[in-house]
Design a protein around this ligand. Sequence first.
Ligand code: 5GP
Length: 112
Amino acid sequence: MSTLFGKIIRREIPSDIVYEDDLCLAFRDINPQAPTHVLLIPKKEIAGLSDAGAEDQALLGHMMLAAAKVARQIGGGGAFRVVVNNGAEAGQSVFHLHLHVLAGRPFRWPPG
Ligand code: 5GP
């Protein structure tokens, strides 16, 4: 089922796109939780990480490398955090798989 991220991929709603390739798209989060907060999504509509299958192995690896590339390009320094919220109880609100790429401030552990 298509979500608002599907609409962003199809350019039906605007977003501040910072990276794109054949397999994924990255754009700035509308409600940033750090000076840099980018969402990296696969163009394939996968609802969440737990919905990915063995056929998505290369895509998921590609996304991790793309996340590091985006962080290098726009994150400023070398430190960044990548977060996947999987399921509503873990904080997922948009059911199209996405990596949060956060940078530009110190991060505490454990996350809340
Ligand atoms: P989740 O809570 O599912 O892990 O993350 C969804 C993220 O999407 C949130 O950080 C939220 O701010 C962001 N978001 C929700 N709607 C929009 C939108 O229309 N545009 C953009 N750029 N980000 C959005």
